[in-house]
Each structure stands twice: as C-alpha cells, then as structure tokens.
Design a protein around this ligand. Structure first.
Ligand SMILES: [Zn+2]
Ligand SMILES: [Zn+2]
Ligand SMILES: [Zn+2]
Ligand SMILES: [Zn+2]
Length: 509
C-alpha cells in the first residue's frame, strides 16, 4: 500500500497532467495571434503533357497555407491540321512544336472525334449481289428468270423487274397480258468473249414472250436494254405482229425513254441501275444532211429504207415519230391496240411479218390521214428537242447510297453515271471490288478512282466497318484517289459528278 502523501502527490500530478493536456490542446490557437508573413506560391503553367498549379500563398512564420494552389490539368497538344488513322490522330503542336500522337477523343453521340475529322458511320444498307454456282431459276409474279451458272445477279431482282413491269404499263398506257400469255421468260446469259474481250453486255433481244439478255444488262452496269426488250414484249402482248422497223423500234426506244424518266422521279435506285433517260437519245442523232434526206421522202419510204447520216435509222426516226404522237395526239401506243382490232394477231400464226402495205395503214387508221404529213411539219419545229444536251445531268439528289459497277462492254468503259447530281451520296466500293476480283477474276493493282465534277468537291473514304480513312477536298473539282482498304465512299454535300473512272485492275491499267 502506498503512503498517503505519495497518493496525494499522484493526484496533484494527475491534476497538472490534465491541465497540461488541455492547455497543450490549445497550442494551435496561438496562430490567431501570428501576424502572417505572406509568401506568394507562384503559378506553374500546365504544359501540353505536364500538369500545372494556380497561384497560392502561405505564411513564412507559421507555414499556414493561406491560398491553396490548385492543380491545372495538362492541356494536351493541339494542332490545326491532323492526320489520322482508325486509332489515333497525329499533328504538329501549335504550342510546343512537337509532332504528337493521341487517341481520338470520340463523342459517343455523334461518333466524331472532337479534334480531328475522324468519325465512324453506320455503313449504308447497300444492295448486294451474288454469283450463281449453277443454273438458277427465279420465279416472280410476272417473270420466270432462267439464269446461267457463273453469272453475277443483283439481290432482289424481283423488285427491279416487277417495278419496271408496272412502270412500263403506267407510261405506255398499255397492259401486259401475262394472264393469258403466261409469265415472261427472261433468259439471263453469262458473259461471253467478243473479239477476245469478255463482254457482260453481248446480247439482248426479245421474242414474242421471251427475252434473252446478258447479265451485265440486268440492272448492273447501267444499260437500258432490259427496258427496251420489255417494251417489245409489251407491244407483243397487245399485238404480236412484226411491224418491222420504225414502229416497233420507235415504240421500244420511246417507251424506254419515258420509263427511265418515270423511274428517275419515282424509283431513283432503279433509274440509276438503268441509264439516264437522256442517254436514250444518244444513239439516235440525225445530222442536218440526215434531216434533209428524211424530209425528201415520205415516211412510208423510210419504213423500208435506211436513213443515211443517222446513227440508227429505225431508232432515230421511230423515237421522233413516237414523241410526235405523244405530244400532238397525247397517245403514242393505241396504234398497237387499234391494229389488233382490225387484224388480230394470235400466237399460232406461222409468219408474223406484216406486209409493208399493212404497215403503212397502221398510223392513218388510228390518227387520221394527215398523221404522216403533219409529222414532218411538227418535227421541223421540234428538231431541237432531240439534240444532245451539252450537260445532260440527271438529278439523283434523293438517292443516299448505291452500288457502282464497271461496264465490261466491248471495252471497259467509264462508270455509267456521267452527269450525276448528288446530295451526300455513298458509293459501294466493297461490292465493286468483289465484282472485279471474284466475278471478273481481275487482279487489283493500284486500285483507284478518278472523278471530274462541276464544283469543288469533298469526298470521304471509309473502310468496310464505317471508320473514316481519309477526307479530301478537291478545289479543282477533279481528283484521283486510292481505293486501297476502302469499303465505301461518300461525296459530301451537293454537287455534280461528270466523270467517274476506276482503274488499277488487270483489264484497265
Ligand atoms: Zn503565420
Ligand atoms: Zn504540344
Ligand atoms: Zn481524332
Ligand atoms: Zn429493239
């Protein structure tokens, strides 16, 4: 047991310890009485890559921080012009002068990089195509298509054919008669060598209710042969006599002209797969001497004879004749149904060729005795309509995406869309590449395209997934660009492409 005095001392000690602790506790309060000596902590500017600090201050006596310095994030490099790839952009920094590489700063909403031009778009739902492995039959409401093996066919051929079928009835005022005559047989022929060149458009003709046509003319490289041959079928369905030259060819070329114009307004995707309406007139020029010659003989003479100084006599005269009937009589097709009434054709006749005297009866029978004489009077006033327009552009501004194909004709010619007015249109390069390599068996070398436009042009090149590979602005409205790795391209904004050529594969280098 401790002595009592020791116990008291302990209590006193404890008392002082408590006092001491509580007064020690109050030590910081001493600063209230420090007459701070303020020292500025200088700001440290952030650099492109290092963080910085804002200006601050502290007391040199008591070390109290008076204004806290804040961390300034590194600013990052910045440039006015960037190169980029799918991952990064590259530039020379305006501030530090260094070449730098950065990951894109993608906005998840717009899928665009905040700094460079890089963007990702959803690839457009381009139509596709396939190569038949064996003989293939496609039956639709009004057609039976018998397709050769090893033939390139667009997807959804039914849509193209049936829409064209309906449109032909609308523009001509005639109806097909598949109910009685059966479905129209379309024999699709694979490419064939013509003079050593494998042509995709070597054949196109129509029998009574049957068309034979090359695969390249079936909504692929922009020919209008399918519309022309279907026009012949339409005439046959209403009167199957062979009217020989001007009348049937005139009906076919003029109906094709009308139907392609109709398609341009109502089905631009199909119109694109055919050919510009104005191109129907290209084969049908008549020179000044040709007109003189034409007017010197009655129309009946030209029903049997070739007109000199014209590219294709029957087409040239026939087109003008049908345009005349359409303009003056507001009807260019009822000679077909009228003649059928007086001299009915049945599919079992052994010789379908009409005598020339019969052919000369056809128009007066329907339109009156002056129809032929008035034709020349009308034509003299309207020759200008048939002149080729210097800038025959077609309005395709309502198309947002389309496949493009080269035209493997007797030689590989330009793409089909000379005079093409666009608004933000995408062209499918993947399908073009497939067509050239897998189908045509060409080897790609320096695969590239050239275009000529009416205005300065911005184009964007994307890979197959929709990542922007390159963006080009062509001030001079012409340009040649590589298609290496390109899945599709876009012509940006509004403009007019006058020429579009691709090259860099074996057939055209
Ligand atoms: Zn102080
Ligand atoms: Zn920098
Ligand atoms: Zn970027
Ligand atoms: Zn024809």
């Amino acid at each position: 047991m401790q002595p009592k005095s020791t116990k008291i001392i302990s209590i006193i000690l404890l008392f002082f310890m408590v006092i001491c602790l509580s007064s020690c506790d109050k030590v910081p309060q001493v600063t209230e009485y420090c007459s701070h000596e303020v020292v500025i902590d200088k700001a440290v500017p952030a650099t492109c890559t290092e963080t910085g600090l804002t200006e601050g201050s502290h007391c040199s006596l008591c070390n109290t921080v008076l204004v806290k310095q804040q961390v300034i994030p590194a600013e990052g490099h910045s440039s006015e012009e960037y190169d980029f790839d799918i991952e990064n952009h590259y530039g020379y920094c305006l501030k530090c002068g260094n070449r730098f590489t950065e990951k894109h700063d993608m906005d998840p909403e717009t899928k665009k990089c905040s700094k460079c031009d890089f963007e990702t778009v959803t690839p457009p739902p381009f139509p596709s195509g396939y190569i038949t492995k064996e003989h293939t039959t496609i039956e639709t409401e009004h057609f039976i298509c018998e397709i050769d093996a090893d033939t390139y066919i667009i997807d959804n051929l039914e849509y193209y054919l049936e829409t064209l079928f309906d449109a032909l009835e609308v523009v001509s005022g005639l109806s097909f008669n598949t109910a009685e005559l059966g479905k129209i047989l379309v024999e699709v022929k694979k490419a064939q060598a013509v003079d050593g060149y494998v042509s995709e458009t070597h054949i196109a003709y129509a029998y009574f209710n049957r068309i034979v046509i090359s695969t390249g003319d079936l909504f692929i490289s922009g020919g209008h042969a399918i519309a022309h041959e279907l026009s012949h079928i339409l005439q046959n369905h209403n009167c199957g006599w062979n009217f020989r030259r001007i009348l049937p060819e005139g009906f076919a070329v003029y109906t094709t002209y009308k139907v392609t114009k109709y398609m341009e307004e109502n089905y631009p995707d199909i119109a694109y797969a055919l050919e510009a309406a104005e191109n129907n007139m290209r084969n049908e020029k008549i020179s000044a001497e040709g007109y003189k010659e034409l007017y010197s003989k009655p129309l009946s003479y030209w029903q049997e004879n070739h007109l000199p100084h014209s590219m294709s006599s029957d087409y040239a005269i026939g087109f003008r004749l049908m345009k005349y009937l359409d303009s003056v009589y507001n009807d260019y097709s009822s000679w077909i149904t009228e003649y059928q009434k007086v001299n009915p054709f049945t599919p079992d006749v052994s010789d379908d060729r009409l005598d020339i005297r019969e052919i000369n009866r056809v128009l007066p029978m329907t339109y009156g005795e002056y129809v032929e004489a008035n034709f020349y009077t009308w034509l003299k006033r309207n020759e200008g309509f048939f002149e080729e327009k210097p800038d025959n552009t077609t309005d395709r501004t309502h198309l947002s995406y389309i496949n493009i194909y080269p035209k493997y004709n007797y030689r590989l010619s330009a793409m089909c869309f000379e005079g093409f007015e666009y608004q933000d249109i995408y062209f499918n390069i993947d399908q073009l590449r497939r067509y050239i390599t897998e189908y045509k068996g060409d080897k790609l070398g320096n695969f590239r395209f050239f275009f000529g436009a009416l205005e300065p042009t911005t184009i964007k090149l994307y890979d197959s997934e929709g990542n922007l590979i390159a963006k080009h602005f062509s001030e001079t409205a012409v340009g040649t660009y590589s298609l290496e790795g390109v899945g599709f391209i876009q012509f940006v904004g509004r403009g007019t492409i006058m020429r579009f050529n691709i090259s860099g594969f074996a057939s055209i280098e």
